[in-house]
Design a protein. Sequence first.
Length: 219
Amino acid sequence: MIDKVIRLSGAEFDRFSYNLLRDWVFLRDNSIDTVVDSEGRYHCLLVVGDGRRDAILVNSEGSSYARYNAFIPNVEGLLTVGQYPALAALNQKLTGIVDHIAGHAGEGVAVDLQDLETEFGVDLMRNGALLNTVLGMLNDRPEITDYEIDKNLLTLHRRTKPMEQAVARVVDVHVFGTLDLSASEEKPSVLQQIRDAKQAPRSPRKERSPDRQKGDAEL
């Protein structure tokens, strides 16, 4: 829970972000004695800087340094929405419209945009700016590839299969020997090098000399 927003100059915010454990007058003057209240809410200060998009969430627990802190990226948009309740309400309506369209429209299934006015109180057909915002939000969703509008009917095109994600696997390289990762048409692929290294005969194990004693250093 953010109790107060502290705005610093850009230079002061930069100094603060690099010296969180120093004593700061603005933290002393706005200190919060309670980390968690009786309802389980964390009370914090939000420190922002002029011309800086990011912010730092702080609970000093009564001290003058940032004892508990967290970096919050791109907080500028959140502050703007919080400053204007009407904008926050519109944002909530547009998010609901996008979720509704994404949940009902699909291949061969269209959503009537005029019906959205009854449910959400927003006439997209007469407000091109809001319609473009909704279409842009739909484009931002990873499961949607494109859309078509025929008069007041909106149809979405979805991905035919889930997006593939690269999975990193740790390979015990020393088992396979040294791999040459340089690119060349004359050299086999990395996978082929691994297969060849597996199939290559291993050097015989060096036997200990009978006259050497256990613990002697190997030359």
